[in-house]
Design a binder for this molecule. Sequence first.
Ligand SMILES: Cc1cc2nc3c(=O)[nH]c(=O)nc-3n(C[C@H](O)[C@H](O)[C@H](O)COP(=O)(O)O)c2cc1C
Length: 319
Amino acid sequence: MMDWTDRHCRYFHRLLSREALLYTEMVTAPALVRGGAVHLLEHDPAEHPVALQLGGSDPAELAEAARLGAAAGYDEINLNCGCPSDRVQSGTFGAVLMNAPERVAECCAAMIGAQPREVTVKCRIGVDEQVPEEVLPRFLEAVAAAGVRRVAIHARKAWLQGLSPKENRDVPPLDYDLVVAMKAAFPGLHISINGGIATLDAARALLARGLDGAMVGRAAYHEPAAILLPADAAIFGRASEMTAEDAALAMLPYIERHLAGEGGRLIQVTRHMLGLFAGRPGARAWRRHLSENGTRPGAGPEVVEAALALVRQAGSQAA
Ligand SMILES: Cc1cc2nc3c(=O)[nH]c(=O)nc-3n(C[C@H](O)[C@H](O)[C@H](O)COP(=O)(O)O)c2cc1C
């Protein structure tokens, strides 16, 4: 998610779940290939498994971007066919590609041929006046024929005119049934469903309908301890001893490195940690302390330690 799942966020999320597949923000192929912005590929080895999401619509450029991504160590290269923002449309990529399945197939084939990592697609069920029941199977058929084996489907349309990107994540109605039907129609395709999944129970209910994966965006970001922390046990059957407090403490050495080694600022890391104690006593104090103190010049790990002390204090008062 743009501006959200940067490398600091992913490092933090990986502490909470060993198993969940993490995705980068969308990185555009032109920025990488024409702009030489290879710093956008920087990530920590601890983030794996992590997928690089690319935006673009030029097969040769995407092939080169995918090659750069694979060389940088990403486990998967994902093509964005779901983002509706104006900026993205003007570059002819993102959701507007739902109108051009043959072009998407060409892009995927070029990306697959250029490097060894798996190429996946994230798409919508359609855009604008398209009839999802007609276009989605055609779209999936085209990408599957190009060699794609895994897709994530945001189960709502995008309206390319008239709705803001934010509205396009909430206003068009969700159609989970159609995505479930696609799994039945394409049993060989690994299909993850996305959109509006707010709890792990909701994710499990969708998996029980035959889907292969559940992709959680906003809820995982805002309430990481409710989604990511229990995911290893609840979804992947792997016990985890990690707690929210452990994760906060485990971020301290990372923060030290970011501040001292990279000359970074505390807030760049802690802004992704604000929801860690959501729903628990002390959640507001944690959030407020980090927000108010994280931007101070010279702010360091002691701010996180002090915020954690407030959470512990609130916890013992509530007990
Ligand atoms: C701030 C923000 C940025 C996003 N950026 C991307 C992106 O770069 N690529 C992408 O495929 N989807 C992006 N999305 C959409 C999400 O991946 C997801 O499809 C959407 O939010 C619906 O899922 P959710 O209800 O679980 O959040 C973004 C969403 C948000 C809130």
